[in-house]
Design a protein around this ligand. Sequence first.
Ligand code: PGA
Length: 250
Amino acid sequence: MSTLLIANWKQYVTERAASRLCAGIVRSATSAPWPSDVSLIIAPPLLALTSCVPLARRTRGRVSLCAQDVGFTDEGAYTGAISPRALHALGVTHALVGHSERRQWYKEDDALIKRKCAAALAAGLHVILCVGETKDERQEGSATRVVKAQLAAVLADQKIRAYEKKLIVAYEPRWAIGTGVPIAPEDARAMHEMIRARCGPSVQVCYGGSVDARNARQFVAGAASDGVLVGSASTTRTSLVAIAKKISRV
Ligand code: PGA
C-alpha cells in the first residue's frame, strides 16, 4: 500500500497561485525523483479545484484532489454549502471532514461531522476524517478518551462503516497544528494504534500537525501510520518533494 501525503493548502494561496503550484507539483509527482510509493492528495482552496482537476487527471491516480470541506446534503436550500455529489462529478475524489479549524471556527460538532461523512461517502468520495484533542485535554490526560469519542460518533453509523475502504483517519492534535511543535512520535504511535484498533483493518491512519521535511520520517517509520497530513509545509513544491522523499519506504 502506498504512503499518503496529504497537502492542505487552507487559505494560504489564491486561486491562481494554487493552480500554478498544482501544475508544478503534478510535474514533480509524475517524474523522478518523486518516490513511486508516495501518493499525493492535494486539498487546494475550493475555487481552485476546477483548474486543478484536469491537472490531476493526467497523473492517472498519482495525484488526487480533495475538498477542504463538504456539505451534508447533495442539494436543496443550504446556502453556501458544497454538494458532495457536485464535487464527485467535478473529478474531486477526497474530502476533509471535521478538520480542527472547522470544529474551532465554524463550531462543527460530531453530529454534523457524522452527517458530512455519510453524505460524502454516499456520493462516492473518500473521506479524510480529522480527529484530535486540545492542549488542555492532553494535559489533563483525556486525549485518548476525546479521540475515541470523536471516532465513535462517526463509526456508530453502520452506513459509514460499510464504506470503510474509503475512510482515512487523520490524527491531528489541535495544539500541534500550525505551532511548529509536533507531537512526540511515541505519543502519535499510541494514538494511531488505538485508532487502528477501533476502525477496520482497511482504514488508513495518518498524522498531522507541524509536519515538515525535518520531522516527517518519524511520523511514518515506526509511528504506525500510513502517511502524513501537512499544512504550511505543503505550500511550496520544494518542501513537498522533500517530504515525499522522507516518507518513502522504498
Ligand atoms: P500544519 O497544519 O502542518 O500547518 O500544522 C496541519 C493541518 O492543519 O492539517
